[in-house]
Ligand binder design. Structure first.
Ligand code: GDP
Ligand code: MG
Length: 441
């Protein structure tokens, strides 16, 4: 087993929560540091992910770790800002999450909101340890900021009425978490990280509480991540997004959550059409955890959300091709091509899986699925359900977070195939159920 410091791996932290709670602003605030970007050991912002080296964490937590008595062992922290939940859903590995820890951001003036609860459930399903940043404390009436201060130091400076408003909001939040079955406590009153959820009051504007938040993240990873997760191991990488960039062609944004990727490595991944894709890495060696952008000819067909493998010889290429395709064939348990059912399309593998899981729960049968935009050929396949009256209500394409290609919509109208699209799974499922009930009547 690896034990040298060189082989320590940086954990991955996802930042989640309802829109406008301050996720991006919090990350922006942590990024401001005296360590310059580009300098050795500096903070680097990559694809929707920011790498904070140990030095930056030490600096940012200094006010709450004055004598340096708490030892920071991790070499750094990769924080991923999740636009919606798709990237989190994509960050999976055989059913479990590749995210080691998470920050769930709650706006202290709003309490728990719908996406907070959705995030909460995702985190619980994946058994990901997390903390709550109770953000926007500066919104409490009369708040006197102590820029970048430790939380307790700041709170002590507030007037009696400001403190009482703050206490009241914390109490309400704790109650709301209790309704979700969670025992929440202010972080420094929490003596059992395993049992209770920690709330860290923060302000992304004044920076207050951020030192406490980072310190808690470090403690949580060091105390809750099992030993071998802390060390560099086999390559584990997931495609977050497939993008076309002018001058670069098709690129894939990859989160390297374990192991190393080196120049000349041959990567193998799953293609949108269910065929394997391979390409060569053209950048110098990088080590987990971090986000990298890979551009190479052949990546046009790469599938968002799939895992990525590195093959060292031709035999390995064959093995990994099979493994890469397993991600897709895993989904076959949700689909019965021989029975009547709807057609579904989603933007990535992770979102397709989530949609299929949801449809299964709502007992909507699925005949076929695809990843990417809705094309004429998908309408054609859904249209087969029109041949018999009793299956006509399945002549439907459900699109989750995907566009409808040019003439596909007109074609659907002409053929009598319904297209439903939505950016959330629940609403999409509900749209179909409403339609189903309507035609049943
Ligand atoms: P996101 O959708 O969760 O990424 O939220 P943003 O980071 O984009 O923030 C949403 C809005 O809330 C922006 O106008 C921010 O300036 C504001 N905001 C974020 N954090 C704070 C905070 O701690 N205090 C105050 N007063 N405003 C904040
Ligand atoms: Mg944001």
């Amino acid at each position: 087993a690896a034990t040298s410091k060189e082989d320590l791996r940086s954990p991955i932290c996802c930042i989640m929560g309802h829109v406008d709670t301050g996720k991006t602003k919090l990350l922006d605030k942590i990024r401001q540091t005296s360590v310059q970007e580009g300098e050795a050991g500096g903070i680097t912002q990559q694809i929707g992910a920011t790498f904070f080296p140990k030095q930056a964490i030490l600096e940012k937590t200094a006010v709450v770790n004055k004598d340096g008595s708490y030892e920071i062992k991790i070499p750094g922290l990769l924080i991923i800002d999740t636009p919606g939940h798709e990237s989190f859903r994509n960050m999976r590995s055989r059913g479990s999450s590749l995210c080691n820890i998470a920050i769930l951001v709650v706006d202290i003036t709003h309490g728990l909101e719908p996406q907070t609860i959705e995030s909460l459930n995702l985190l619980r399903d994946r058994k990901t340890p997390f903390i709550v940043a109770l953000n926007k404390i500066d919104r409490c009436y009369g708040w006197e900021p102590v820029p970048n201060g430790g939380f307790r130091e700041s709170l002590a400076k507030q007037s009696k009425s400001t403190k009482s408003e703050f206490d009241d909001r914390v109490r309400k939040t704790i109650l709301a978490f209790a309704e979700q079955g969670l025992n929440a406590k202010l972080f420094d009153e929490n003596d059992d990280l395993r049992r209770n959820l920690s709330l860290v009051p923060t302000s992304a504007i004044t920076g207050e509480g951020i030192p406490d938040m980072l310190m808690l993240l470090v403690k949580l990873t060091q105390e809750r991540m099992s030993g071998n997760l802390m060390f560099m191991g086999e390559l584990e990488a997931t495609v977050l997004e497939v993008k076309v960039i002018e001058g670069l062609g098709t690129t894939i944004d990859v989160i390297l959550s374990n192991g190393r990727l080196s120049e000349g490595d041959k990567i193998v991944l799953c293609g949108q059409d269910g065929q394997p894709v391979s390409a060569y890495v053209r950048h110098p060696e990088v080590k987990a955890a971090l986000g990298v952008k890979i551009s190479a000819p052949g990546l046009e067909r790469a599938l968002g959300g799939c895992r990525l493998y590195v093959a060292h010889d031709d035999d390995e290429v064959e093995v990994y091709k099979d493994m890469a395709l397993e991600d897709l064939s895993d989904l076959s348990r949700f689909i019965n091509p021989k029975a009547p059912g709807v057609w579904v399309q989603a933007s990535t593998l992770g979102s397709l899986e989530a949609l299929l899981e949801h449809l299964k729960l709502s007992k909507t049968p699925v005949r076929g699925s695809g990843i990417g935009p809705i094309y004429r050929k998908d309408i054609l396949k859904a249209g087969l359900m029109l041949r018999r009256d009793e299956t006509a209500h399945f002549a439907v394409v459900l699109g989750f977070d995907v566009p409808v290609d040019g003439d596909a919509a007109d074609y659907a109208k002409k053929e009598g195939v319904k297209i439903f699209t939505d950016e959330t799974i629940y609403r999409l499922g509900d749209q179909y159920l409403a339609y189903y009930n309507e035609v049943e009547e």
